[in-house]
Write a protein that binds this ligand. Structure first.
Ligand SMILES: Nc1ncnc2c1ncn2[C@@H]1O[C@H](COP(=O)(O)OP(=O)(O)OP(=O)(O)O)[C@@H](O)[C@H]1O
Ligand SMILES: [Mg+2]
Length: 247
């Protein structure tokens, strides 16, 4: 469903992505682990098309999308949520989801027109709100809701485009342990046919949600396999300096 072949990217003299080859099957839930600065976000930015790789290729659902723009990849079913908040604070949750759905459905013409006028948009908003557990919060203004709810909304916005593949960059960053648990549940309840790639620092989440795990270190894939195998790996223990002992 999503594949990279020998993806390579440098910023000046520093190689941040070193010949990364990944393959996600349809419905696979894969977590990318790796220390700060390992190149996780940079890899995502290449997958979605915000950064152009120096070499290698990206394939989405069988097609080479390496040269496609962000919007064209999105149209083919690739969607992402960001490491930092990217919401319209002054609008309600319903309006935020409505805008995302309208753009995806091609009903975003004219800023003056209300996307929620469209029955299709309203239906998508309802479905997505149920998926990310925000149905009771739809009329809340984003600036008034908790940080955890905002993170849920970000996933909702990514889902409102009805993607085949969703990329999430640290969806639980800055969220407390309770909220984080709720997030695990939410992720696990997403449709099984959706292919999910998550960047995560939280080991518990990684082992709880992942079918497979990829570990990046200095831009390089140093582990690619099942969570059980990751737990026992000496290499990973060294990278994380013991953080795995409790996992
Ligand atoms: N636009 C850029 N120009 C130059 N260097 C960059 C750029 N973006 C990222 N880098 C560098 O590339 C390296 C990888 O950064 P990246 O943000 O991909 O890491 P990360 O694994 O997502 O880290 P974190 O866990 O902190 O989010 C870092 O050394 C970073 O400083
Ligand atoms: Mg990052």
């Amino acid at each position: 469903m999503l594949e990279t072949r020998n993806l390579t990217k440098s910023f000046g003299p520093i190689q941040v992505t070193k010949s990364v080859s990944l393959k996600l099957e349809k419905g696979e839930r894969r977590v990318i682990l790796g220390p700060n600065g390992a190149g996780k976000t940079t890899l995502f930015n290449q997958l979605v098309g915000e950064i152009i790789p120096n070499a290698g290729s990206i394939h989405l659902d069988g097609a080479d999308v390496t040269a496609l723009r962000v919007a064209d990849r999105a149209r083919r079913g690739l969607s992402r949520s960001y490491q930092k908040n990217t919401l319209f604070d002054a609008l309600t949750i319903r309006e935020n989801l409505g805008l995302a759905a309208a753009v995806a459905l091609g009903k975003g013409q004219g800023l003056w027109s209300d996307p929620l006028q469209s029955p299709e948009v309203r239906e998508t908003v309802r479905e997505v709100a149920a998926l990310v557990d925000l149905a009771p919060n739809l009329d809340a203004t984003v600036s008034a809701v908790s940080y955890g709810i905002r993170r849920q909304l970000e996933v909702g916005i990514a889902l409102a485009t009805r993607p085949k593949v969703i990329l999430m960059d640290e969806p639980t960053s800055g969220v407390g342990p309770e909220m984080s648990k709720g997030f695990h549940r939410l992720l696990k309840s997403l449709p099984r046919e959706l292919t999910i790639l998550i960047i995560e620092h939280d080991m518990d989440l990684a082992f709880d949600v992942a079918d497979t795990i990829t570990v990046l270190n200095y831009g390089e894939v140093v582990f690619d396999g099942l969570p059980e195998a990751a737990k026992g790996s000496q290499l990973l223990k060294d990278i994380y300096l013991g953080a795995w002992e409790d996992a």
